[in-house]
Design a protein around this ligand. Structure first.
Ligand code: ADP
Ligand code: ASP
Ligand code: MG
Length: 441
């Protein structure tokens, strides 16, 4: 039996939390491969090491040298090493790291040092081997994970090691330079290691007792979710339930490796297990979970007989492609089509450019942008089984007097996505939660 354990930022935050990590790892000999994040917040308002390192990268760009933010990084690591009573020469390590950061002048390199240092410290503390992600997690020259090469390098380097610690969040490009995943990417690293060694289980240790039915910052103490399918997880995490990075399912799904989300601070709690649909048993709830994100823009196009105009969508998409704009959804009617775009994509005059070029490409009767839209996803395999889910959803939203700006239902009936004004986001999530989790028949 092999378990790969990933510990998130809060689990790595200080000496006390690292002692918990050691107790968890020691409690089960199957917990052989440990993937770690950089130390996160110790308390509300505290800094995350990764954020401080991004500040450091900015300092280096501006002045050529690490600055005050890096001093904070150093004192965090110093105090961890001190609290754990390690022999590790932390001063030398931090000095070398500062020199390398100043020499490399790369944002990704700088940001990756939180995981690198955390893994070195953890390996020392656990008496485990250290395997640098730079040597085993490989990207191709386009920056895409070279999965097969990565899996075989990981297998090779872990062979014969009873226990090893691997930093999350980064790997290297063909020229050896460091590249990070997007934020929260240590979850992906953990999944990659689990897939490489064909682990029986990928344990993801965090600061909540598993996936909750919605964001605990919006609904106090929402219900826990015992089991999720990979597909439900993908929908919920993509739509903002950031317990687990939305791309972390891909490596484990290939090999049907279950993910178990556990709480480092309450290790006895059951947590949430994530399984392939085939192994997943319907839990009885119509809706499994609710997630959402703010700050989208809706581009609404109207044109009579749009449905008969061959190539209409293609021409609009060509404009998006030309400018490298991603969109999230395209809900459409007979003579209308909307594009839901993350508002971040439309900075620096992009709205005006799109307006001009789309008008030239398809000559719509009307073209309008609506800003400040929040998307809320209601997700669950149970929705396909029960009649009237959408009526319940829209009634719940109408009852609080909120206007629905757009609706999109996935073709597999796994999700319904609604758009509301940003200012109504939290109360809409609360109303939907009330409807599906408090009024159970
Ligand atoms: P880690 O540092 O361990 O990777 P994250 O901060 O990335 O942890 O993810 C855990 C956090 O996700 C929780 O502390 C919680 O605030 C937040 N969260 C958002 N939505 C949910 C949800 N639906 N269920 C559980 N936690 C959620
Ligand atoms: N430390 C990185 C971040 O803060 C990666 C991670 O924690 O997963 O985004
Ligand atoms: Mg995370």
């Amino acid at each position: 039996m092999i378990k790969v354990c990933k510990f998130g930022g809060t689990s790595m935050a200080d000496g006390t939390t690292l002692m918990r990590v050691r107790d968890i790892v020691d409690a089960d000999p199957a917990r052989r491969y440990i993937v770690v994040s950089a130390p996160g917040k110790r308390f509300g308002g505290d800094g995350k090491i990764t954020d401080l390192l991004y500040d450091t990268a900015r300092d280096v760009k501006r002045t050529g040298h690490v600055g005050a933010a890096f001093d904070k990084v150093c004192s965090r690591f110093r105090s961890i090493v001190h609290a754990l009573g390690l022999d590790l020469n932390v001063e030398e390590l931090l000095m070398r790291t500062a020199e390398e950061i100043e020499r490399e002048k790369s944002e990704d390199f700088t940001a990756s040092r939180g995981e690198y240092l955390a893994a070195l410290v953890t390996a020392d503390f656990l008496g485990a081997a250290f395997v640098d992600a730079r040597d085993v997690v490989k990207f191709d020259k386009e920056g895409k994970l070279d999965a097969e090469r990565t899996y075989s390098l990981i297998r090779e380097s872990l062979k014969g090691k009873r226990r090893a610690v691997i930093p999350g969040f980064y790997g290297s490009l063909p020229d050896g330079t460091i590249k990070t995943f997007s934020r929260g990417g240590s979850d992906i690293s953990g999944a990659i290691v689990a897939r490489a060694v064909l682990a029986d289980l990928y344990e993801n240790w965090t600061d909540v007792s598993g996936f909750l039915a919605c964001d605990p910052h919006i609904v106090p103490s929402p219900e826990g979710i015992r089991a999720l399918s990979y597909r439900e997880l993908r929908e919920l995490s993509y739509m903002g339930a950031n317990v687990l990075h939305s791309e972390s399912i891909f490596p484990v799904r290939e090999a049907d490796i279950p993910i178990l989300i556990k709480n480092t601070f309450r290790p006895g709690d059951e947590g949430t297990v994530i399984l392939p649909v085939s192994k997943y048993r319907f839990g009885g709830n119509v809706v499994t979970g609710i997630a959402g994100k703010k700050n989208f823009t809706v581009l609404l196009l109207e044109k009579s007989l749009m449905n008969t105009e061959i190539g209409f969508t293609y021409k609009v998409l060509a404009v998006f492609m030309e400018h490298g704009i991603n969109f999230e959804h395209i809900p459409s009617g007979i003579d209308t089509m909307s594009f839901i775009i993350d508002s971040e994509e439309l900075k620096d005059g992009m709205t005006e450019i799109l307006e001009r070029e789309i008008r030239a490409a398809v000559n719509p009767d009307s073209l309008r942008f609506f800003d400040d839209v929040a998307l809320i996803a209601v997700v669950g395999h149970g929705m396909a089984r029960s009649v009237g889910t959408s009526a319940r959803l829209f009634d719940a939203i109408a009852n609080i007097g909120v206007n629905v700006r757009m609706i999109d239902q996935g073709s597999s009936e796994l999700n319904i996505i609604v758009g509301v004004d940003n200012c109504n986001y939290e109360r809409t999530v609360r109303a939907v939660y009330e409807e599906f989790f408090k009024k159970k028949e």
